[in-house]
Design a protein. Structure first.
Length: 126
């Protein structure tokens, strides 16, 4: 994914924002971007993991073909592995990096931060 970033939003925040949108008086026929209000690089995510784990964790970029082969070897069907790879390519090219405040406005508060989210998860080796 290189230095690309993604404006992640949790499923819980996304569901609450979507419910708020549908419950609004007039959602209108407009387009809504329900992405996160902060874009994170995978290097930044690795730093968050490192801080929470108390040990260094690094991110590694990979070219598409070896990445797809690795995912297939791990048991993913090839179409799914290709989807993951294309998502990574979109990230690398900045196509998922634009932060947006729509979720925040719909929720009436900041969406869950990356660190808050990671603190609530159980990860192997943690």
């Amino acid at each position: 994914m290189g230095e690309g970033k993604v404006a992640f939003v949790t499923r819980t925040d996304l569901a609450a924002a979507t419910a708020a949108l549908f419950a609004s008086e007039d959602p209108g026929k407009q387009e809504y971007n329900l992405g996160g209000s902060v874009a994170y690089s995978f290097h930044g995510i690795a730093q968050e993991f490192s801080a929470l784990a108390g040990r260094p964790i690094t991110d590694q970029s990979s070219e598409l073909a070896p990445y797809i082969a690795q995912q297939v070897a791990a048991g993913f069907p090839e179409p799914v592995a290709n989807f993951f790879a294309q998502w990574g390519a979109a990230t690398r090219h900045g196509m998922l990096a634009k932060p947006d405040d729509t979720v925040e406005r719909l929720l009436g508060h900041q969406p869950t931060s990356l660190r808050e989210y990671l603190k609530t998860r159980d990860f192997p080796g943690s």
